[in-house]
Design a protein around this ligand. Structure first.
Ligand code: NAD
Ligand code: DAU
Length: 357
């Protein structure tokens, strides 16, 4: 039996990881530790929340005493750390909040794990989920990020993630903490907060609102369906080598304009509108400051060592994603309105009481 703490399990990627682990490993205990910021939503997990091997603990990773207490209470032997402030535009507005959670929060978790495990490293794993953005930007049409690419972050978000990554490796090298880091490309799929490009644009197409493309829309991202990322995390958590870094990517590069056009065609078709009708909503707006031109991942280490590869082709993933948001208009409306807060009050008394303590 394994006792696994998943931080950020109420967020976009975290909720897919929680669902995979809770359903695939009934003999594990999965503890979802999440602060429930604006991005955390227990509605993402209603299908698994009553499983006997699942428990939710509301808490802040920056609260060292609370983290230490949860590690002890559940005798945690594995940590999959996803909790973070994750949106680049917000980091430009509030860099301190990003340093707090992504740097100090990661450090608090590392220190709590180190002291709780206290050198008994056998069977333990601290798995830190990071991003390809720490590597900086690539030129159009040239090269890929590998595990040895030099860190060169440009946004407060990626700088905070890079710093968290350095602390994880420092704890491995200095104290022997059994740690793994993975750096993944852009995820898409159900339950992503509609501030990120794909869900924001689906929601805006749904309401006939402008689609704000930053600059000329020439920036390139490498898109991975979120369930493929969750499967990669499962593979690496169980079979990855301690002390190693693995890059995870979809091998699906698209310029933002190409992606937006594909998204419009799919969404229009599923809404029963003439395909391309929503192109009139495209609005070019001021570019994001420090906007990285291109990300592209070389995932050959993960493929060759552990046999993982993405299973969901981009067209299929995009169609599944659009369908999910259109079928779950209520979810979108909840997370973008006061109904979201009212849901928590109804379900849990108040968000503050949601820890079950
Ligand atoms: P998200 O913003 O959807 O979810 C983050 C979760 O963390 C939320 O549930 C939130 O409530 C929780 N959280 C935030 N601050 C917390 C704190 N102080 N204590 C406890 N919980 C807290 O993020 P996501 O897109 O699911 O990303 C998850 C992780 O994966 C992040 O570490 C991110 O850097 C990384 N990542 C994301 C992508 C992507 O495309 N979304 C790609 C690569 C890596
Ligand atoms: O690469 C992995 C990263 O992907 C993760 O680490 C981050 O947590 C995640 O947010 C994502 O970062 P991006 O900045 O690439 O994602 P975002 O959806 O914000 O933007 C994707 C691209 O679309 C980017 O080039 C900016 C552009 N964009 C975004 C928004 C929200 C627009 O043109 N208009 C928009 O309104």
């Amino acid at each position: 039996m394994k006792h696994i703490l998943i931080t950020g399990g109420a967020g976009f990627i975290g909720s897919h990881v929680v669902r995979l682990f809770v359903t695939k490993y009934p003999d594990y205990r999965i503890v979802n530790f999440d602060k429930l910021t604006y991005a955390g939503n227990l509605e993402n997990l209603t299908d698994v929340e009553r499983r006997p091997n699942y428990v939710f603990e509301r808490g802040d990773i920056c609260d060292y005493e609370r983290v230490a207490e949860v590690l002890r209470r559940y005798d945690i032997d594995g940590i999959i750390h996803l909790a973070a402030e994750s949106h680049v535009d917000r980091s430009i507005e509030d860099p301190f909040g990003f340093a707090r959670t992504n740097v100090m929060g990661t450090l608090s978790l590392l220190q709590a794990a180190r002291l709780y495990w206290n050198g008994a490293w056998e069977g333990k794993c601290f798995y830190h989920i990071s991003t390809d953005e720490v590597y900086g930007a690539l030129p159009l049409g040239g090269g890929h990020f590998t595990e040895t690419t030099r860190y060169d972050p440009h946004s407060p978000y990626s700088a905070s993630k890079a710093s968290g990554d350095h602390f994880v490796r420092a704890f491995h090298d200095t104290y022997g903490l059994p740690a793994i880091v993975t750096n993944c490309s852009n995820n898409y799929g159900p339950c992503q907060f509609p501030e990120k490009l794909i869900p924001l644009f689906i929601n805006n197409i749904r309401h006939g609102r402008p689609l704000p493309v930053y600059g000329r829309g020439e920036n390139v991202r490498d898109w991975l369906y979120v369930e493929d990322h969750a499967r990669a995390i499962d593979t690496i958590f169980h079979r990855g080598r301690i002390g190693e870094t693995y890059n995870i990517g979809g091998g699906n590069e698209r310029s933002n304009m190409a992606l937006v056009r594909e998204l419009i065609r799919t969404t229009d078709r599923l809404l029963g509108r003439p395909e391309g009708a929503s192109e009139r909503l495209i609005t070019h707006v001021a570019d994001r400051p420090g906007h990285d031109l291109r990300y592209a991942i070389d995932a050959s280490k993960l493929r060759n060592e552990l046999g993982w590869r993405p299973e969901v082709p981009f067209g299929e993933g995009l169609e599944r994603t659009v369908r999910w948001y259109l079928d779950n208009g209520e979810w979108l409306d909840h997370v973008t309105s006061g109904a979201y807060e009212r849901y928590y009050e109804r379900m849990y008394g108040s968000r503050a009481a949601a820890s079950g303590r």
